[in-house]
Design a protein around this ligand. Structure first.
Ligand SMILES: *Cc1c(COP(=O)(O)O)cnc(C)c1O
Length: 356
C-alpha cells in the first residue's frame, strides 16, 4: 500500500472563513477549530479519496463500529510560527510512527507516511492564518483514526476513516499541580494498551481523576497494576523526578506511553550532561527522598503543556510538598529550551523541527 507516487488530495475550500470569529489574544483550548479538515478513507484494503474540506459536522450511522467497540486512536501535536512567519511542526514523523503502533495494537490498518504527512502539510498550509503568533500559542493538531463499518458484530472493522482537525490554542498556563498517588484504580497493565494512544485509555481515566479532584487534587499519579508501588504516569503525561540532581523517569514498556516530549526532555538533559535514569521508581523512594530533602522536582511531560510542574504529592492520607518552582530548576529551563527550539530561537541540533 505504500505507493511511490505522491498522493493527490482533492481540496474543497470553505466559502466563508471563520477566522474573524476568534480572538487570538484570548484563546481557549480545543473549542474552536480551523476552517478545514483532512479526511481519508480506507476501503477494500486501500486508502482512497484523500481530501481537504471545510471543517464541519459529519454524518454517521449509529451502528458505526468505533462508537461501540472502541477502534479509535489519536495523536496530538502542534504547529508553531517562528519570527519569520514560517510554520513548523515538532517531530511529526514520530507522531506518524506512533499512530501506526496504536493502529497495530488495535487491529487497524497503518496509515501510509505520505497520506499522514501530505495531509498535514497541505491542511496546515491552507489554514496557516490559524497558527497563532502570540507568545506560547500554537495550532493544536488532532489526527485520529476510527473504524467505520456499519456493523455491531464484534470484529475489526473493514473500513476506516482518518481525520486531521486543528484548533488554535493559547499559552498553557503552567500553574503547578497537586497530584494524588492512585492506589485503587489502574490506568494500564502489562499486556494491555497503555503504550498506545487509544481513546479508551482516556475514557477510563476520567472517573478516578474526578474522585481525586473532589479531594482537592488536580491530577492522578498512576501506579503499577500489581502492587501499586511503582509510579507510571501523571494523568495523561509522562512522569519525571529530579532527585539528588539525577533525572529519573519510569522506563518504557507496555504500561507507559512513549511520549515525544518525554524523549525530547531526556535528550536535552543528556545534551546538558545531566545524569539521566530510565528505571522503575517507587512511591517509597520518592517519599524517602522527600524526607532526606533530596526530592528537588517532580513534573509531567506532554505536548499539551510541555511541562506540568508538580507542587504537592498526596499519598495514603499525607501530603508531601515539593520545593517552590524557581527559574533555575531543570524542568523550568528545559521547558524554555523546548519553547525556544519550537519558535526558532534556539538551535535545533536534533533536527526536530519540520518546515511546512
Ligand atoms: C499523549 C500521551 C503522553 C504524552 O505524549 P507526547 O508525545 O509527549 O505528547 C503521555 N502519556 C499518555 C498516556 C499519553 O496519551
Amino acid at each position: 500500500m505504500l505507493t511511490a507516487q505522491p498522493i493527490t488530495i482533492k481540496v474543497q475550500k470553505t466559502l466563508q472563513t471563520r477566522i474573524g470569529e476568534i480572538d487570538f489574544n484570548d484563546l481557549h483550548f480545543g473549542k474552536i477549530f480551523a476552517d478545514h479538515m483532512f479526511v481519508s478513507d480506507y476501503k477494500d484494503g486501500e486508502w482512497i479519496d484523500s481530501r481537504i474540506m471545510p471543517y464541519g459536522q459529519v454524518m454517521m450511522s449509529p451502528a458505526t463500529s468505533a462508537l461501540h467497540y472502541g477502534q479509535s486512536i489519536f495523536e496530538g501535536m502542534k504547529a508553531y510560527k517562528n519570527d519569520k512567519g514560517e510554520v513548523l511542526l515538532f517531530r511529526p514523523l514520530d507522531n506518524h510512527k506512533r499512530i501506526n503502533l496504536s493502529a497495530d495494537r488495535m487491529a487497524m490498518p497503518s496509515i501510509p507516511q505520505e497520506i499522514f504527512m501530505e495531509g498535514l502539510k497541505q491542511l496546515i498550509n491552507l489554514d496557516q492564518q490559524w497558527v497563532p503568533t502570540t507568545e506560547g500559542a500554537s495550532l493544536y493538531i488532532r489526527p485520529f483514526l476510527i473504524g467505520t463499518d456499519e456493523y455491531i458484530g464484534v470484529k475489526p472493522s473493514d473500513t476506516y476513516r482518518f481525520y486531521i482537525i486543528t484548533a488554535p490554542g493559547g499559552a498553557y498556563y503552567n500553574e503547578p499541580v497537586k497530584v494524588l498517588v492512585e492506589t485503587n484504580f489502574i490506568r494500564a497493565v502489562e499486556g494491555g494498551v497503555g503504550y498506545v494512544k487509544a481513546s479508551g485509555n482516556y475514557g477510563r481515566s476520567l472517573y478516578p481523576t474526578k474522585l481525586a479532584q473532589q479531594r482537592g487534587y488536580q491530577q492522578i499519579i498512576w501506579t503499577d497494576g500489581k502492587n501499586h508501588r511503582y509510579l507510571e504516569e501523571s494523568g495523561t503525561m509522562n512522569l519525571m523526578f529530579v532527585i539528588d540532581d539525577v533525572l529519573i523517569t519510569p522506563p518504557l514498556g507496555d504500561t507507559i506511553l512513549a511520549g515525544i516530549t518525554r524523549d525530547s526532555v531526556l535528550t536535552i538533559a543528556r545534551d546538558w550532561k545531566m545524569k539521566v535514569q530510565e528505571r522503575k521508581i517507587s512511591i517509597d523512594e520518592v517519599i524517602d527522598a522527600h524526607k532526606r530533602g533530596t526530592l528537588e522536582e517532580a513534573f509531567g511531560t506532554g505536548t499539551a503543556a510541555t511541562i506540568a510542574h508538580i507542587s504537592l504529592i498526596g499519598f495514603e492520607g499525607k501530603d508531601y510538598e515539593l520545593p517552590p518552582i524557581e527559574n533555575t530548576i531543570f524542568s523550568h529551563r528545559v521547558s524554555k529550551e523546548l519553547d525556544n527550539i519550537r519558535k526558532g530561537k534556539a538551535e535545533d541540533i536534533h533536527n526536530w523541527m519540520y518546515k511546512i
